[in-house]
Design a protein around this ligand. Structure first.
Ligand code: THU
Length: 160
């Protein structure tokens, strides 16, 4: 028997001003679109902004449904839209922000497992890491240099 140790490394920004300018812009876009989330059930609004290599920014918000599982997270709304509109353009960065109407989110809100798996599909497809930033309404902003860091031992097509 043996064990392996997997380390997860995040860069933590405590102030928006510490972020590169293009990421500050991406963050603003994610915050703006977050307010348009359709989250009447959870009251938990998520905004995602995706920066492509061609400079385009693709936005997404969570879309809920009275039949709960029929809804979709903001990250997947955005990344599926990117895959639809720009199937051959590299995805550089995903910025995620979440705010609850019920209690303020002061800690970084990471993407859920299904969104991690979806982001992984595109990172593997393009064979280039996707940077992922995530934050709450206030507080620290976490950055992961690749989805592999957020989803170690990820399931992928080579396992099929
Ligand atoms: N949600 C997202 O949009 N992204 C995530 O990564 C986690 C959760 C949404 C789904 C649902 O509309 C609400 O947040 C509460 O779970």
């Amino acid at each position: 028997m043996k064990t392996i140790t997997i380390t997860n490394q995040f860069t933590i920004y405590s102030k928006t001003a510490e972020l590169p300018i293009e990421i500050q812009n991406l963050m603003q876009k994610a915050i703006q679109i977050r307010s348009q989330a359709y989250a009447p059930y959870s009251k938990f609004k998520v905004g995602a902004a995706i920066l492509l290599e061609n400079g385009e920014i693709i936005l997404g918000t969570n879309q809920e449904n009275a039949a709960y599982p029929s809804g979709l997270c903001a990250e997947r709304v955005a990344i599926f839209q990117a895959g639809t509109l720009y199937p051959n353009t590299l995805i550089k960065t995903v910025f995620i922000t979440a705010a609850s109407d019920l209690n303020p989110t002061k800690t970084p809100i990471p993407p859920c497992g299904a969104c991690r798996q979806s982001i992984a599909e595109y990172e593997l497809k393009q064979d280039r890491p996707i940077e992922i930033y995530f934050t709450g309404e206030s507080g620290d902003i976490y950055k992961s240099d690749s989805i592999k860091n957020l989803l170690p031992l990820l399931f992928n097509k080579n396992l099929l």
